[in-house]
Write a protein that binds this ligand. Sequence first.
Ligand code: FES
Length: 173
Amino acid sequence: MTTPATNTDVDRSARVAGDNRRKILEATMKRFQYQGDALIEVLHKAQELYGFLSPELLSEVAQRLRLPPSRVYGVATFYHFFSLAPQGEHTCTICLGTACYVRGASLLLHELEALSGVKAGHTSADGRFSLLTARCLGACGIAPAAVLDGEVIGHADRSDLTARIRALLGHEE
Ligand code: FES
């Protein structure tokens, strides 16, 4: 079972924190004078504050910076360092950019989906594992590339990566 991000995740955590994150985000946008050019910096701050970029946050940023929502969403989905879903205790990002794709990244992704029971872009219901994708990790020379818990893995090998993830999740061989 997987859990997609919802608007209410942010609302719930905001209520619990009782919280000034919206004010901090607003101050960041104000510091950049609500310029559309500051979109990436603003999205970084939003993710730092909330842990991920919910549809609600993206639409608020679009409104405040007077940008089309499609542009904000496009930037948030293009860069691998932005996450649109809450992340699990362990995360694995598989690059699906052209260089990685032609070297078997989609097969690798399907294998990890089958192994973990988590669909790409989602987190397991127990919050232990997130399986994410990127369009280019900037490591095309070592394609296919993946990032496992922050470690960039080049020439990602299916059996090696699945073994490492099995070990992290405590799965039997
Ligand atoms: S396409 Fe995968 S690292 Fe660039």
